[in-house]
Design a protein around this ligand. Sequence first.
Ligand SMILES: Nc1ncnc2c1ncn2[C@@H]1O[C@H](COP(=O)(O)OP(=O)(O)OP(=O)(O)O)[C@@H](O)[C@H]1O
Length: 220
Amino acid sequence: MISVAGVTVAYGDLVAVDDVSFDVPPGFVLAVSGPSGAGKSSLLWAIAGAVEVLTGKVTVDDLVISDRPAAAAHGVVLIPQGNGLARVLTARENLTIPLLAGGRDPDEVQAAAEAVLEAVGLAESGDHLVEELSGGEQQRVAVARGIAQGGRVILADESTSELDSTNRERVLTLLRTQADRGAAVVIATHDPTVADAADGHAVMDEGRLSWARRLSVDRP
Ligand SMILES: Nc1ncnc2c1ncn2[C@@H]1O[C@H](COP(=O)(O)OP(=O)(O)OP(=O)(O)O)[C@@H](O)[C@H]1O
């Protein structure tokens, strides 16, 4: 369960997230939309422990999120806008290296990487350097890397912005699968199709959050 309680994020005098509160239970997908600069990324970073919270707090299950390493160790996965990939490594290496560094069994890691690359339609591209891939392919590698972590929280920041409709569906299906196995998922998006596919839709504007559609706990 993600609990965001009265969270404010500021950069100097600029309030990017203004007293925002909501919960996302395991099994649910929340979409957050809003104009450029509305504070969507800052909200996701706050949940990920990647930016300091001025007031309020974020908890994920039993952990108060205070910094990125602790949040990551607790299974809070951030798929960042801009992808954050190592461009001179292959697509596969971008997936496997973080998992191997976490002490996972190498055979398991290879199998997991192949499965998730296939799920994003990149089964043939594992050996390609990231810098050789298109923008949309890189975005799918970033999604695959995030999914491969198997987190309890997945924060996807504009993760379908460069995708055609087929690949957008692939990514949405994958994120839904993650929710179905018990993850709490938050997607920042400008795409109404993505917002419609979520269980709830929040809208940010100048740091304030309102609801276009509240999370339905009755989702079948
Ligand atoms: N590191 C930073 N330092 C100072 N200001 C920042 C920083 N990061 C973001 N901001 C500002 O905070 C506000 C919210 O930015 P944020 O990236 O969270 O918005 P967003 O809704 O994700 O935008 P977009 O849809 O363009 O990605 C903007 O005014 C932005 O310029």
